[in-house]
Design a protein around this ligand. Structure first.
Ligand code: FES
Length: 154
């Protein structure tokens, strides 16, 4: 009987513990092990200096569906040769952020999260800045972003 109780306890601990460990570590592990996937965002000149723009990017085809998906990102150029590109997903629970040109802030419709133009949290429940894509300007003066430089659901 004693061994049966220990066995049930061990199985229960494994059933709870293993998924918890996977859930805790897998997003960051997946994020670190993904290879870069650069996608064209557009010409540098199409992004006026200092102005935030919403840009739609074609995503790679899904493995099974074959359908092309699209994703909106926010991009701006604080200086001639510098580009900052944000994911549109809120860092709280992933709702789509909207940029307000008047206040120069991003607003989340779900729980009131607010971020400034630099992606820093100003108010609400998010506890980290906006997700920012790795970006580069090519020799042909085009902007590219690495789709895998932000977490998978961002
Ligand atoms: S999802 Fe944006 S504040 Fe909660």
């Amino acid at each position: 009987m004693k061994w049966l109780v220990k066995g049930i306890g061990l199985v229960t601990a494994a059933m709870v513990g293993i998924p918890t460990i996977i859930a805790a570590f897998s997003p960051s592990w997946i994020h670190r092990t993904r290879r870069s996937q650069w996608r064209l965002l557009g010409a540098v000149d199409s992004l006026p200096l200092g102005e935030m723009r919403k840009i739609v990017v074609d995503l790679p085809e899904e493995k099974w569906g074959g359908a092309l998906r699209r994703k909106a990102v926010y991009a701006w150029r604080p200086a001639e040769q510098e580009v900052i590109v944000y994911s549109r997903s809120c860092t709280d629970l992933g709702c789509p952020l909207t940029f307000d040109p008047g206040s120069q802030c991003f607003f989340c419709p779900c729980h009131g999260g607010i971020f400034d133009k630099n992606g820093e949290r100003i108010a609400g429940p998010p506890n980290r800045p906006m997700y920012r894509y790795a970006s580069r300007i090519t020799e042909a003066a085009e902007i590219e972003i690495d789709l895998n430089s932000v977490p998978p659901m961002a």
